[in-house]
Ligand binder design. Structure first.
Ligand SMILES: [Ca+2]
Ligand SMILES: [Ca+2]
Ligand SMILES: [Zn+2]
Length: 329
């Protein structure tokens, strides 16, 4: 495994693992993290295309015009996600078995999405509008790969309230991956997709402090929230996670300003993202099932907080307060 600086589109210059090739040069294979491989689909939509290879082990140049650039973004996203799961949860990879996923970039033509596929246990990225805005930012990578984590644990069904919880789990851990990276070119924030400019006007895809800022997501639970698209019903849990981590009201984190409201006007005091991550992960991996809804998520996270910090602990009480603040009782 080599450790060399590489230029990536969204994350500046980073250090990653590559592997010397038997035929000379280097392959984009991360031997330190299960042997994760990154492939060039070159506009294709199936198979694995070609493994990225480079003569001198300096990859990409920070522009989308260089086709290695999105590849190192993808490899970096996979590496940081791997390291975050290991560091935060002592989990060995997405499935917890030490097996690496693989990543594919340059999928299709001007494809404006990225997706995880459990069948291939692989991650795929499009190049975005005009093939110049690859969807390879860190939070998107962490989001998509965390769908693999959910599939390997709770298996939350991708519809109605369980689907909202599935989507929120990906936003939660995608965000935590971004904070964990501690990368000054893409600081940690409670916004989703702020680097990929998918709306074309510089706004992020989603906001965790007040999800309705996107014009579509729910801030609070209501009886019909499960009828929303799962990317909008997720708002309730994203808002819960923000409140549990940072608390209600105005706050600036890493230079980004937030102002998180509560359903009942209550004040919530945060316990920090690290503890909120532990509670969510334990609930996801121990108590949530395929059919867990918001009421079940409340019960599961309270049990998790009780296991980790004690019933009646400040953390346990904060979980209860944060759910109440998003109208889950
Ligand atoms: Ca960021
Ligand atoms: Ca973000
Ligand atoms: Zn998703």
């Amino acid at each position: 495994m080599q450790l060399v600086d590489r230029e990536v589109v969204h994350s500046g210059t980073v250090t990653l693992g590559t592997t010397a090739s038997s035929s000379g040069g280097f392959d984009l294979v991360d031997g330190g993290r299960g042997g994760h491989k990154t492939y060039d689909l070159n506009g294709g939509t199936s198979g694995t295309g070609a493994l990225f290879h480079d003569a001198d082990d300096t990859w990409g140049d920070g522009t989308a015009a260089n086709r290695q650039t999105a590849a190192v973004d993808a490899a970096y996203g996979a590496a940081v996600t791997w390291d975050f799961y290991k560091s935060a949860f002592n989990r060995n990879g997405i499935a917890g078995d030490g097996r690496a996923a693989y990543s594919r970039v340059h999928y299709g033509n001007a494809y404006v999405n990225a997706f995880w596929d459990d069948t291939c246990f692989c991650m795929t990225y499009g190049d975005g509008q005009g093939n110049v805005k690859p969807l390879t930012s860190l939070d998107v990578a962490g989001h998509e790969m965390s769908h693999g984590l959910t599939a390997a644990t709770a298996g939350l069904k991708y519809s109605r309230e369980s689907g909202g919880l599935n989507e929120a789990t990906s936003d939660i851990f995608g965000t935590s991956v971004e904070f964990f990276a501690n990368n000054s070119s893409d600081v940690g924030d409670y916004l989703i997709g702020e680097k990929i400019d998918i709306n074309g006007n510089g706004t992020p895809l989603r906001y965790m402090d007040k999800p309705s800022k996107d014009g579509k997501s729910a801030d609070y639970w209501s009886r019909n929230v499960g009828r929303l698209d799962v990317h909008y019903s997720s708002g309730v849990a994203n808002h819960f996670f923000y409140l549990l981590s940072e608390g209600s009201g105005a706050k600036t984190v890493n230079g980004v300003s937030y102002n998180s409201p509560t359903y009942d006007g209550s004040t919530v005091t945060g316990i920090g993202r690290a503890k909120a991550d532990q509670i969510w992960y334990r609930a996801l991996s121990t108590y949530f099932t395929s059919s867990t809804d918001y009421a079940g998520a409340r019960t599961g996270t309270l049990k998790a907080a009780s296991d980790l910090y004690g019933a009646g602990s400040a953390e346990y009480n904060a979980v209860a307060a944060a759910w109440k603040a998003v109208n889950v009782n």
